[in-house]
Design a binder for this molecule. Structure first.
Ligand code: UD1
Length: 430
C-alpha cells in the first residue's frame, strides 16, 4: 500500500511544467484505430495509469504500441483484429467506452464491457447509444454489463444531444468519422479536448468542422491515414497547480499551458484575491494574503469545470467569509468534504450545494482520496495545512497526475510517497 505524506505550511515557489491533457489523450488513443496505419502521439502523459490502461487495451485488440520517449508513443493499428473488450480491460476507467465508437468506426461492430471510473453519481450512457443508433447501429446492453453494437454500414445523420455530454460527443465523433455522409451533432460539448480530438481526426484526413461550438459537423471518410500529433496541455492539471500556488500563498509559474483554456479558473482565483499573469504559453499565480470568498457554479465548458470544483473548495475553505459551490454536473461530488472536515474545514453540504465557511488554518490529518480530483484537493489541502497529512488511496491520483511528487517537490512542497504494510493483507502479516 502506498500513501503520500505531506508536511504542509510551505508556500510553493518556482516553475512547474504541465503534461499533456489526460482527457484528450483518452479520446485520441482509441481514435488511432480508425486508420490502418501508424500514428505518433506526442505530449502524451505516458506515466499516468489511465493512459497505461488505454495502451494495454490497444494491445489487447492487436495494435502494436511503441514508447518513443517519455511523452511520445507510436501506435500501429494495422493488425487490430478484435472488436471485443472484456471487463478486465474496461473496469479501470470511464474512457474505455470510447472504444465502442472507435471499434464501430473501424469494424462496424463493437462488444465492450461497461466502463469503470470515478464514482461521481450515476453515469448513464443513453446519449452515446442514441448517437450510435442515429448512425444506423443496433445497440443492446446485456445485463447492464456489456454494450454490443453492430451495423451493416454506418451513415451520417443529425443527432441532437438532450444533455451536453463530453463522452457522448467524443464517442459519436469517433464512429461518425468513418460513417458514410454527414453527421451533425447539435448541443455538442465544447471542452478543449473535443477540439483536440477534432484536430487529431483532421490530421488523419477526416473532415470535422465546428468543434468548440455547439454544432459539430463530421463528413465521414473510409480513407483515414496515420499522422503525427501533439496533444494539448492539461487544463485541469494546470488549474490544480494554480490553486495550489494560491492556497499556499506562493508564487508559481505554470508552464506549457493554453491560458485561454484556464480563463474560468483564473477569473475565480482573481476574485479570491490572487494575482494571475498570463503569458503566451504560461501563467503565473501568486497570492500574498488570506483568500477572499467567492461563489462557484460548475458548468460545461466554457463555464467553471466540475473537475476543478474539489480543488477550489480547499482554497475557499481557507477564505475569509462564506462561499457557496453549486455542482450542476454530478449528483455526488462532495464526498471529499468529509475528508476536509478532518483537517478542520467547516463545510455544510445540502444536495448539490456546499456552503463553505472559511477557517484561518487547516491542520494536517490522515485522509483518503475518494476519487481523482478529490485526491488532488487532498494534496492542496495537505500543502496548505499546518503539520503532517497522510493521503491514502493514491491510486486515484495516479490515474491523472503525472510525476506529481517530483513536480511539487521542485516548487518547494514537502511531499513524498511512502510504502506501508496493509494491516489487512494476510500475506504481509509477518
Ligand atoms: C467527462 C470527463 C470528466 C468530467 C466530465 C464533465 C473524461 C474522460 N471525463 O466525463 O472528468 O467530470 O466530462 O466535464 O473526459 N450524461 C447523461 N447521459 C449520457 C452521458 C452523460 O445523462 O449518455 C450526464 C452525466 O450523468 C452528467 C452529464 O451528462 O451528469 C455530463 O457527463 P459527461 O459530459 O458525459 O461526462 P463524461 O464524459 O463521463
Amino acid at each position: 500500500m502506498e500513501k503520500y505524506v505531506i508536511n504542509g505550511g510551505v508556500p510553493l515557489h518556482g516553475e512547474i511544467t504541465v503534461s499533456g491533457a489526460k482527457n484528450a489523450a483518452l479520446a485520441i488513443i482509441p481514435a488511432a484505430i480508425l486508420c490502418q496505419d501508424v500514428c505518433t502521439i506526442e505530449n502524451l502523459p505516458v506515466s499516468i495509469s489511465d493512459v497505461r490502461y488505454m495502451i494495454a487495451t490497444l494491445r489487447h485488440i492487436g495494435a502494436t504500441v511503441r514508447y518513443v520517449d517519455k511523452s511520445t508513443i507510436e501506435i500501429d493499428s494495422r493488425k487490430v483484429n478484435s472488436y471485443v473488450i472484456s471487463h478486465d480491460m474496461t473496469k479501470h476507467l470511464r474512457a474505455s467506452y470510447y472504444f465502442i465508437g472507435a471499434l464501430l468506426g473501424r469494424f462496424g461492430r463493437a462488444r465492450v464491457a461497461m466502463p469503470g471510473g470515478c464514482y461521481l453519481g450515476p453515469r448513464p450512457i443513453d446519449q452515446h447509444i442514441k448517437g450510435f443508433e442515429a448512425l444506423g447501429a443496433r445497440v443492446s446492453v446485456e445485463e447492464n454489463a456489456i454494450v454490443e453494437a453492430d451495423s451493416e454500414s454506418l451513415f451520417g445523420n443529425p443527432i441532437y444531444l438532450d444533455i451536453v455530454s463530453v463522452g457522448a460527443t467524443v464517442n459519436i465523433m469517433l464512429a461518425a468519422a468513418r460513417a458514410e455522409g454527414m453527421t451533425i451533432i447539435e448541443n455538442a460539448a465544447k471542452e478543449p479536448h473535443i477540439v483536440d480530438l477534432a484536430n487529431f481526426l483532421n490530421s488523419m484526413g477526416a473532415d470535422v468542422r465546428g468543434a468548440g461550438t455547439d454544432v459539430i459537423k463530421i463528413r465521414g471518410t473510409e480513407n483515414l491515414h496515420g499522422c503525427t500529433y501533439s496533444i494539448i496541455p492539461d487544463q485541469i492539471e494546470a488549474g490544480t497547480y494554480m490553486v495550489a500556488a494560491a492556497a499556499t500563498k506562493g508564487n508559481v509559474l505554470i508552464k506549457n499551458v493554453i491560458p485561454k483554456h484556464l480563463e474560468s479558473i483564473s477569473t475565480k482565483l482573481i476574485e479570491c484575491g490572487a494575482d494571475v499573469t498570463e503569458y503566451d504559453d504560461a501563467i503565473r499565480v501568486s497570492m500574498e494574503k488570506r483568500p477572499g470568498k467567492c461563489n462557484i457554479k460548475t458548468m460545461p465548458h466554457p463555464g467553471f469545470p466540475t473537475d476543478m470544483q474539489p480543488q477550489m473548495a480547499v482554497l475557499l475553505a481557507l477564505a475569509e467569509g462564506t462561499s457557496v459551490i453549486s455542482e450542476s454536473i454530478w449528483s455526488n461530488r462532495f464526498r471529499y468534504t468529509e475528508q476536509l472536515a478532518r483537517m478542520g474545514a467547516d463545510i455544510t453540504v445540502d444536495g448539490q450545494l456546499a456552503m463553505i465557511h472559511g477557517v484561518e488554518q487547516l491542520k494536517g490529518a490522515p485522509v483518503k482520496a475518494d476519487d481523482l480530483r478529490a485526491g488532488a484537493a487532498m494534496i492542496i489541502a495537505g500543502l496548505a495545512a499546518q503539520g503532517r497529512t497522510e493521503i491514502e488511496d493514491i491510486m486515484h491520483i495516479r490515474r491523472g497526475y503525472e510525476n506529481v511528487v517530483e513536480k511539487i517537490s521542485n516548487i518547494g512542497g514537502d511531499i513524498r510517497m511512502v510504502y506501508c504494510i496493509d494491516p489487512l493483507d494476510i500475506n504481509n502479516a509477518g
